[in-house]
Write a protein that binds this ligand. Structure first.
Ligand SMILES: Nc1nc2c(ncn2[C@@H]2O[C@H](COP(=O)(O)OP(=O)(O)OP(=O)(O)O)[C@@H](O)[C@H]2O)c(=O)[nH]1
Ligand SMILES: [Mg+2]
Length: 268
């Protein structure tokens, strides 16, 4: 059990549903055990200590991932949002629009199913699915295992789609260059105020599904005002994964990040 957010994630053991470790599976599966109940003697102090230990351990793995990316000049992004905001659709369109100009790889995080990894593989890009079971976020150790299997190319774009959830993934550094938060216009303008940690942790916000604006009451300026209250420096792209509107600026930002990562990489 993860004490940071109380989810059923177990960041230590890599196992399939039967409890065996698999190093060459097509999907990594975690956290399928029954949740443990908290014993009454576990006081607040102990919980805080466990939480700090989990985050400290996560940070060590995140640093290892970051070093892996730095050495190989990999530009890694952690895409976070509520379920259904369009993460996979955005990734599919991004991969197709970049059209093989850069090597790309995707790590997909969902509690269950390999649907999203299959959608990515249809583009021709390599993708590895991580199933978190009862866990509500990816952690850096899971990503470290995924990197061993996926082995993204040097100077590639690595896109990590986190579990759909606007709360828990905010606390877990995966070693990425940037968290990219997606807010879709069907979710309402107030999400940055209701879930501030996620919007504060992100460097970029993709305001997605703007093709639907003519049919909704969504106030774009209000949403931007709300997110800037939480994170004044956040970079915002208004975008539609369906129509492709706004993609040129997003792709230009990706190209500049890729170029910076490649220059900084040691070429190992
Ligand atoms: N109109 C419109 N629909 C979109 C857009 N982007 C995604 N969708 C739709 O939104 C739904 C969810 O899209 P996904 O890409 O599966 O969303 P997701 O964030 O990956 O979902 P989870 O992985 O389940 O969290 C699908 O029906 C998409 O077709 C968009 O820009 N415009
Ligand atoms: Mg998805």
């Amino acid at each position: 059990m993860c004490s940071v957010c109380g989810c059923g994630s177990d960041s230590v053991t890599l196992e399939n549903g039967a409890g065996h470790t698999h190093h060459h599976a097509s999907a990594l599966r975690y956290g399928f055990r029954a949740p443990k109940t908290r014993s009454p003697e576990q006081g607040e102090t102990r919980l805080v200590r466990i939480e700090q230990d989990i985050l400290a351990r996560n940070d060590r793995h995140a640093e290892a991932n970051r070093e892996h990316f730095r050495q190989r000049g990999i530009f890694a992004l952690n895409l976070v949002s509520s379920p259904g905001s369009g993460k996979t659709s955005l990734l599919v369109r991004t991969i197709r629009e970049l059209g093989g100009r850069y090597p790309m790889a995707v790590i997909e995080g969902d509690q269950q199913t390999s649907n999203d990894a299959e959608r990515i593989r249809e583009t021709g890009a390599p993708a590895l699915q991580i199933n978190t079971g009862k866990g509500c976020h990816l952690d850096a150790h899971m990503v470290e295992h995924a990197l061993q299997q996926l082995d993204p190319a040097a100077r590639s774009l690595l896109l990590i789609e986190n579990v759909g959830n606007l709360v828990c993934p905010a606390s877990f550094d995966l070693g990425e260059a940037h968290k990219v938060v997606i807010l879709s216009v069907t979710e309402g303008e107030d999400k940055p105020l209701k879930y501030p940690d996620m919007f504060a942790a992100a460097d970029v916000m993709l305001l997605n599904k703007i093709d639907l604006l003519p049919y909704l009451d969504f106030d774009v300026e209000k949403a931007i005002d709300f997110v800037r209250r939480v994170n004044p420096d956040i970079r915002i792209f208004k975008i539609s994964a369906t129509s492709g509107e706004g993609f040129s600026d997003w792709l230009a930002w990706l190209a500049s990040g890729l170029s910076e990562a490649a220059t900084a990489g040691t070429g190992a």
